[in-house]
Ligand binder design. Structure first.
Ligand SMILES: Cc1ncc(C[n+]2csc(CCOP(=O)(O)OP(=O)(O)O)c2C)c(N)n1
Ligand SMILES: [Mg+2]
Length: 373
């Protein structure tokens, strides 16, 4: 069934930024974004293969098609700004700077993963990079997003006595629009002036349900911001330059005003909901329409047209991505599984501390796994 809400949106929801124009973004930044997006894509293609080979267990939800959202949004933030997201989280982790080795080892359930292999695909955590998960319950990250914004503000203003200027970004899927947790979080954020941006990665489907079949005002979900007194914007999420420009302005406003905001980020997932989804609820024609809008291809064309890099230089970046992901798979393969005693670590508040399990501590050190202070 064609998804009318999606089909009508790509060209019409482009927010023009007053302060950053496409041509002002430096070439080095464009190349970094290209590397990051290509890395996420290649990483997940290899994850799909590894899943078929049964190296990855449990659920696995790939982000393929949505890469411009994580990369553009993270670029619009500062590193000290916390982010939190749902279970489709590999892209956010890599965009935030998690090493692909740690991300892949987590996928494989190995000790070298960011959560020592105990979280898996849906629970990417990286405190050093201010990434607070990775959450599997639909909408559960929304109160956490409000809580993170409350915590930064409390720390900066009450404990340190200064002015708070950190922004929290809370990503959610369109399926979370109907969860009570989101509405409670939005109410508190509006009431307490919390600097949090709720970014709805609106890919048009929650599992096999098209947004207009399960959500009121599906054609205009920013109406769901107004009731909580917050600004809402619509963004074409298939174009990283546009995501960055729109989100940079919004982040600046939230940083200055400490008022929450809401984003209808129009995007599309090219693959199924998870690895076991045959995608019978939508047609190939619709998928092809979005594949023609591929955010990586679009950025590549922009880079070439602006003569930021030649075709050969772009090929070199693609080759580097392949090597980096191959290394990540090899490293995850070589990383041991956590020992049984790991069941009793990291359950309650406890320091990361020196590794006490069965696997090789030197492997963790060499790979640069960070210890938590
Ligand atoms: C509270 C809750 N209800 C149901 C589920 C089962 N479930 C997992 S993913 C999902 C769909 C969510 O879709 P969306 O929020 O649009 O995210 P997307 O998969 O598109 O990224 C559902 C219903 C769940 N994990 N949590
Ligand atoms: Mg969705």
């Amino acid at each position: 069934m064609p998804n009318a809400t999606l089909a009508s949106n790509l060209a019409s929801h482009l927010v023009k930024s007053a302060s950053v124009t496409r041509t002002e973004i430096p070439g080095t930044t464009l190349l970094k974004w290209f590397y990051d997006m290509a890395l996420i894509r290649e990483f997940e293609v290899r994850c799909m293969q590894a899943y078929q080979d049964k190296k990855i267990g449990g659920f696995c939800h790939v982000y393929i098609g949505q890469e411009a959202v994580a990369v553009g949004c993270v670029a619009a933030l500062e590193h000290r700004d916390p982010i939190v997201t749902a279970y489709r989280d590999h892209g956010h982790a890599l965009a935030r700077g998690m090493h692909p080795k740690h991300c892949m080892a987590e996928m494989f359930g190995r000790i070298g993963g960011c959560a020592k292999g105990k979280g898996g695909s849906m629970h990417m955590f990286d405190k050093a990079n201010n990434l607070y998960g990775g959450h599997g319950i639909v909408g559960a990250q929304c109160p956490l997003g409000a809580g993170l914004a409350f915590a930064t503000k409390y720390e900066d203003e009450v404990i340190k006595g200064g002015k708070s200027d950190r922004v929290t970004m809370c990503f959610l899927g369109d399926g979370a629009l109907n969860q009570g947790a989101l509405h409670e979080a939005k109410n508190l954020a509006g009431l307490l002036d919390l600097p949090v941006i709720f970014v709805v990665e609106n890919n048009g489907y929650s599992m096999g349900t098209a947004i207009e079949r399960g959500t009121t005002m599906a054609h205009k979900i920013i109406t769901k911001a107004m009731g909580y007194g917050m600004e809402g914007i619509e963004v074409d999420g298939m174009d990283v330059l546009n995501v960055y420009a729109s989100m940079k302005d919004l982040c600046d406003r939230v940083r200055a005003t400490s008022r929450p905001a809401f984003v209808d980020m129009r995007t599309y997932r090219y693959k199924g909901h998870s690895m076991s989804d045959p995608r019978k609820y939508r047609g190939r024609e619709e998928e092809e329409q979005y594949e023609a809008e591929d955010p990586i291809g679009k950025l590549q064309k922009f880079i070439k047209d602006r003569k930021v890099a030649t075709a050969a230089e772009i090929e070199t970046i693609v080759d580097r991505v392949k090597v980096d992901v191959r290394d990540a798979v090899a490293w995850a393969d070589a990383s041991p599984a956590p020992g049984l005693e790991e069941l009793y670590h990291d359950v309650y508040v406890e320091k990361w501390g020196p590794y006490t399990g069965t696997s090789l501590p030197e492997m963790l050190r060499e790979s640069g796994v960070r210890s938590q202070e």
